[in-house]
Design a protein around this ligand. Structure first.
Ligand code: PEP
Ligand code: MG
Length: 570
């Protein structure tokens, strides 16, 4: 057996065979042929098989993600039935006596270039459709596997260089028992999605894709961040035992599901969950969440070919609010950019996307897109306990501008006779050091703060959250981070506001005592972290940890902080 170390990205243990998700090798030789009929028959067969697959993917997507997402596959099917594309390929085979692969590629490239150069977004999207489907047909001509995560129908562990959030969304939990990737960190969005889906995952292994092959057997230990390749019988048994123990532990935690989170010295804190889709609410309630502390709305915009309409968004927000009842739901407005791209917006590639045109920066410029979202949120507000926050706010002016747009849309709706709740809290995420530093000034204007440590750490330490090479600098317990967090909490409390945290740090068992001692009011985390966090908090004394606050904040290194906190809490 062989073992790889990575980053524990989603709890649990998975044992199954490998499913390698990688771009297929579609290289071929252009050859002359002397039997065009046979070549055309080969092409037709590849097209038929591809159509069959697309029908299945379409049905699967429709069932999992709804009609809107399934539409993209209808477009792909149309391409494969379009004589204007297919006939020229056949003509090429007949007239030039070349193999089907080269006729397909040359014809497809010609159409793709033609559509791409058109000054019309719809036509440019067609270029992408043709590219997608012809690759699938090519794979069948060459007899190579074209990976389709949505079609997996046996128990596997998905192994990939990286998984985009939309790849992750396609994974079917029933069959995909776990996943592991070469790159990524605990706060990359595929890791975050894995936790929402409750699929064990280890990311950032550096070379798992080149170490394993299809059909190998794997254990993904998402508790310790290990991947074990082709284990012996004893190892497998040991892990089956560990898996069973983890399940028993989960049953223990589940007993706390309907309890409040009250510390040993009687302080109540709120444990909320981070979600990405309305379907995640189920997991929040199953795991005893007292609210939603972060609804990442960008997944509504991803995995499709055009922007979601106001009504579509309204339906999603309403579903979340209704299903959460009177529990608070903090919705974050669109945070696109960074590692979350939207192909159909065709934004220019940037050298530093994490420092670039993203989130509120994008929304303030594209206020057409932003207003649609704000209207959908405002309309949904009457269905529950909605709070709205803006991501990546760096200046007070950005907050004021965003709030002004929100209030303008509220007035517009009211004058159209549409009902809107009148007590919606408006807050910001604190992800940028400039905002954490002047939290005092912000606290006079916002209703609440939610500290986004996933980004706050990367910006404070200048260490890319996706880059495992610098992951040693990604230090949540670094005194610089803790001082910023403390500054935000103190600023909020001085103005009678509340401070929460929705970065992954909020669910980290080492950080939880520190954050409790600093006075954090709301901890928002992956749903599966809530019950372990509650178990931990029940036995902690806030007063005791708070009495060490100055000492914690004046430590010089993360290690010293951890050592001190352990000595206080053990
Ligand atoms: C954060 O930055 O901490 C956060 C919660 O936002 P995201 O992970 O979506 O960037
Ligand atoms: Mg962020």
């Amino acid at each position: 057996m062989q073992q790889l170390a990575g980053i524990a990205a989603s709890n649990g243990i998975a044992i199954a065979k490998v499913y390698l998700l990688e771009a297929p090798d579609l290289t071929f030789e252009k050859t002359d042929i002397d039997n065009p009929e046979a070549e055309i028959a080969r092409l037709e067969k590849a097209i038929e098989v591809s159509k069959g697959e697309l029908e299945k993917i379409k049905a699967h997507t429709k069932q999992k993600l709804g009609d809107e997402h399934a539409e993209i596959f209808s477009a792909h099917l149309l391409v494969l039935s379009d004589p204007e594309l297919i006939q020229p390929i056949k003509d090429k085979i007949n007239n030039e006596k070349v193999n089907a692969e080269s006729a397909l590629e040359e014809t497809a490239t010609m159409f793709i270039n033609m559509f791409k150069s058109m000054d019309n977004e719809y036509m440019r999207e067609r270029a992408a459709d043709i590219d997608d489907v012809t690759k699938r047909v090519m794979a069948h001509l060459l007899n190579v596997t074209f990976p389709d995560p949505a079609l997996i129908n046996e128990e596997v562990i998905v192994v990939a260089a990286d998984l985009t959030p939309s790849d992750t969304a396609q994974l079917n939990k029933e069959f995909v028992k776990g996943f592991t990737t070469d790159i990524g960190g605990r706060t990359s969005h595929s890791a975050i999605m894995a936790r929402s889906l409750e699929i064990p995952a280890v990311v950032g292994t550096k070379n798992v894709t080149t170490t394993v092959k299809d059909g190998d057997f794997l254990i993904v230990d998402g508790l310790e961040g290990k991947v074990i390749l082709n284990p012996s019988d004893e190892e497998r048994q040991a892990y089956e035992q560990k898996q069973a123990e983890y399940e028993t532990q989960k049953e223990q935690w589940a007993k706390l599901k309907d309890q409040q989170t009250v510390t040993a010295d009687g302080v109540h804190v709120e444990l909320a969950a981070n979600i990405g889709t309305p379907e995640d609410v189920d997991g929040v309630l199953r795991n005893g969440g007292e609210g939603v502390g972060l609804y990442r709305t960008e997944f509504l915009y991803m995995g499709k070919s055009s922007l979601p309409t106001e009504d579509e968004q309204y339906e999603s927000y309403k579903a979340v609010l209704e299903n959460m009842g009177d529990k608070p739901v903090v919705v974050r407005t669109l945070d696109i950019g960074g590692d979350k791209e939207l192909d159909y917006l065709e934004l220019p590639k940037e050298l530093n996307p994490f420092l670039g045109f993203r989130a509120i920066r994008f929304c303030l410029e594209r206020d057409d897109i932003f207003r649609t979202q704000l209207r959908a949120l405002l309309r949904a507000s009457i269905h529950g306990n909605l709070k709205i926050m803006f991501p990546m706010v760096a200046t007070l002016q950005e907050f004021r501008d965003a709030k002004a747009l929100l209030l303008e849309e509220k007035d517009n709706l009211l004058s159209e006779g549409v009902q809107v709740a009148d007590d919606i809290e408006i807050g910001i995420m604190v992800e940028i050091p400039s905002t954490a530093v002047i939290a005092k000034q912000f606290a006079k204007e916002v209703d609440f703060f939610s500290i986004g440590t996933n980004d706050l750490i990367q910006y404070t330490m200048a260490a890319d959250r996706m880059n495992e090479k610098v992951s040693y600098l990604y230090q949540p317990y670094h005194p610089a981070i803790l001082n910023l967090v403390n500054n935000v909490i103190e600023a909020a409390h001085a103005e009678g506001k509340w401070a929460g945290m929705c970065g992954e740090m909020a669910g980290d068992p080492i950080a939880i005592p520190i954050l409790l001692g600093l006075g954090l009011d709301e901890f928002s985390m992956s749903a599966t972290s809530i019950l372990p966090a509650r178990t931990q908090l029940l036995s902690l004394s806030k007063e005791r940890i708070a009495s060490y606050k100055d000492e914690i904040l004046s430590k010089g290194t993360a290690e010293e902080v951890v050592e001190l906190v352990k000595s206080i809490t053990e």
